[in-house]
Design a protein around this ligand. Structure first.
Ligand SMILES: *Cc1c(COP(=O)(O)O)cnc(C)c1O
Length: 491
């Protein structure tokens, strides 16, 4: 690729329509043929007849093509670059899938006794140890089923701690940049939200906390690096302030991909953090799951971790149910077990290279930021962590908005970045390339963004009408959400 010239990534031609299975097939078609049984046909008992769904009759080829075509309508990290900020859409090594599919893991019954699941228990125990070590905390629980569930778990532990110590705390401090799940989790634990305003440099300032911190504050929930992709530079002092007035600190670990092996949350004073293993630790995500949101805690919250917990006794692993202060179960059985197998496989295969993953994620984001910053408005112009946030301010004079930029990218073969988040930046465009993209792919993305900026000036209509290279054109998103049309006809 020469210079910054954009080269079309996508092409049209064999994007096929697909009807519902019920609209296909012919009565009597089948995916298999069985030999004559020689038995007389039997009919279902009257009470069962006619109760099931009216399954369509289809050949194997019809079914195979149906699902294969549908799969081509999807765009994922296995299709191309997916720079969706805050989501860490890194490539997921396929070895993780092979490990999660091992029969010993895939077929283990959740009710098997500990003697029959030593391998599974060892995996859980070791993964907990690795997770705690990565952030510099004492111990971890793998139970929560997602990041937001980990937040809930962490805030339940903070609430249990205050209850146990006879503290009456009613409020939680939340920076402006917080992901919406943070105030939701605080509220589900009965706390009211106190907003911490963003400092001029894009992170929280100690002075803001000094003003807001009082004896009613149960704690602070903080994402570091924050959702602007910036490191919370005053966090250690802020945490000290919160601790001095009896509060605890919850770290939202969704952005851990930027700091693995670099930042020691334990030393910073964090009391509890969640991981999004489906972001940082390379589990496929999107479409709603499944993921996992383990939490790690320091000394203070150790007794409150969810139970039961796996413990190592000599060379045997067993369940410990004797946890008098535990908040109890957050999940049935072992949590999202096979998601955890993927995280374990990823950590073991990466080892100390996890640190390099963070370094490359940060390098890639800064590279994009530097290449685009003259062309797109960069509200906080300073070194970023694993993602960078632009706005449409330089394109607005041509009546081109963040949404048009996102839709234009689709026509050029890229999944759009995150748009209109974080809310503190109006019309945000949040780009997170992750460490797994090659320099060539990142350059191609940069070239596409620069081409969009040129189009905004010279042919804005090609952006306001985008996407045109896709199966469906620009959706009326409100109507699509309120009145989804769920038939197969997408023409
Ligand atoms: C993704 C994310 C969450 C929520 O995690 P889920 O696994 O989607 O529940 C919370 N906070 C931040 C900053 C995130 O990016």
């Amino acid at each position: 690729m020469s210079g910054n010239a954009f080269k079309q990534v996508g092409a049209r031609g064999l994007i096929l329509n697909e009807d519902l299975l019920w609209e296909k097939g012919k009565k009597g078609r089948s995916g298999m043929s069985l030999p004559e049984s020689g038995l007389p046909p039997a009919s279902l008992p009257a009470e069962l007849a006619g109760t099931g769904p009216d399954w369509p009759d289809l050949s194997e080829q019809e079914v195979a093509r149906h699902y294969t075509r549908l799969s081509t309508w999807n765009f994922g990290v296995d299709t191309g670059m997916y720079p969706l900020g805050s989501c860490t859409m890194k490539y997921n090594p396929k070895i993780n899938e092979a490990m999660a599919a091992l029969p010993g893991f895939a077929q283990a019954h959740p009710l098997l006794p500990a003697e029959a699941t030593q391998g599974e228990l060892r995996l859980l125990h070791e993964l907990e140890t690795y997770l705690a070590e990565i952030v510099g905390l004492k111990a971890a629980s793998l139970q929560p089923g997602a990041g937001a569930h980990g937040e809930l778990c962490g805030m339940l532990m903070i609430a249990a701690y205050h209850r146990h110590h006879g503290h009456r705390k009613t409020k939680v401090l939340l920076p402006d940049t917080a992901h919406g799940t943070n105030p939701a989790s605080a509220s589900m634990c009965g706390f009211s939200e106190v907003k911490v305003p963003l400092g001029p440099k894009g992170f929280m300032e100690r002075s803001a906390i000094e003003k807001l911190m009082d004896d009613d504050v149960a704690g602070l929930m903080v994402t570091n690096p924050n959702t602007l992709g910036l490191f919370e530079c005053e966090l250690a002092e802020i945490i000290e302030l919160v601790h001095q007035r009896g509060g605890l600190v919850y770290a939202d670990g969704a952005n851990l991909n930027a700091i693995m092996g670099y930042a020691d949350l334990g030393k910073m004073g964090v009391d509890v953090v969640h991981y999004n293993v489906h972001k940082t630790l390379s589990t496929p995500h999107g479409g709603g799951g499944p993921g996992a949101g383990p939490v790690a805690v320091g000394e203070t919250l150790l007794p409150y971790l969810p139970g039961p917990r796996v413990v190592k006794n000599g060379d045997r692993y067993e369940w410990n149910e004797d946890l008098p202060l535990s908040i109890g179960r957050m999940h049935s059985f072992y949590g999202q077990f096979r998601v955890l197998v993927r995280a374990y496989a990823y950590i073991l295969s990466m080892g100390a290279e996890l640190k390099k993953a963070s370094a490359l994620a940060v390098l890639n984001a800064n590279y994009i930021k530097e290449k685009l910053k003259g062309t797109f408005e960069l509200p906080f112009d300073q070194p970023c962590m694993h993602e960078c946030v632009f706005t449409d301010a330089k394109q607005q004079p041509y009546k081109i908005s963040t949404l048009d930029i996102a839709k234009g990218l689709i026509d050029m073969g890229f999944h759009p970045p995150t748009v209109f988040f974080p809310l503190v930046v109006s019309n945000a465009i949040m780009i997170e390339p992750t460490e797994t993209e090659s320099k060539e792919d990142i350059d191609a993305f940069i070239a596409a963004m620069l081409e969009i900026a040129r189009k905004a000036e010279s042919s804005p209509e090609t952006l306001t009408s985008a996407p045109v290279m896709t199966k469906v054109r620009r959706l009326d998103e409100t109507t699509a959400a309120r009145h989804p049309r769920l038939t197969g006809d997408m023409r």
